[in-house]
Each structure stands twice: as C-alpha cells, then as structure tokens.
Design a protein. Structure first.
Length: 114
C-alpha cells in the first residue's frame, strides 16, 4: 500500500487508478460495461486504468458506477486546526503569504507615486 504522505502526485494518481481497476475486476465488470454505464468511451476507461490523464468528471463517473461514491464524501473536507500550535502555524503562514503578496503591490504603488 502506498504511503500518500511520501508519494509524488504521479504515484498517488497511479495508485488511485489501480484501485479503481481492481474494484472493477472484483465486481467482474469489463471496461466496456463500465464505460457504457458511465457514459464514457472504452478508451477513457483504458486511459484511466493505464494511469494516463483523464478528467476528474470521468473519474467521478467511474466511481459512481462502481458504487464507491460514499468514498468521496470525506475527500477534501475542510478541517479546523486541532491545537493552538497548529492555529499559530496557520496564522503565521497566512501572514507570510500576505506580506509576500503585498510587497509587489507596495512596490508598484510607490513607483506610481514617486
């Protein structure tokens, strides 16, 4: 099993595509059947399973056909900070980003004024 925290984006995509392929096989569905039920071409399913680029919508359609849509409910749910320290880190990061973004703006304004 892949450790997502240590993986590259390509490795994560590959792992997720492989999991969908395995689920299709467990359900004894052909690529043609999944494609037809999802309203996609067989080529899209083949691309997905061979870890090539496909749209997010295509992935969601396949997930729905495979009955895995509940798995999506927990993805990307905004999480509140768990501790005061985490809040401080997030606040500092936000402040740093604001400073970085405001420096070019300040420079541009000063050039207009001067």
């Amino acid at each position: 099993m892949l450790t997502f925290e240590l993986a590259t984006s390509r490795e994560i995509c590959g792992e997720l595509c492989e999991r969908l392929r395995q689920q299709r096989l467990i359900q004894n569905l052909s690529q043609d059947e999944v494609a037809a039920r999802a309203g996609l071409s067989r080529g899209t399913i083949k691309n997905l399973e061979s870890k090539q680029q496909v749209s997010l919508e295509s992935i969601v359609r396949v997930v729905m056909v495979l009955g895995l849509v509940d798995s999506l409910a927990e993805l990307f749910v905004p999480r509140a900070p768990k501790s005061i320290r985490e809040m401080e880190v997030l606040s500092a990061t936000r402040r740093d980003a604001e400073v970085i973004l405001s420096v070019p703006l300040l420079y541009a304004l000063l050039r207009k004024v001067l």
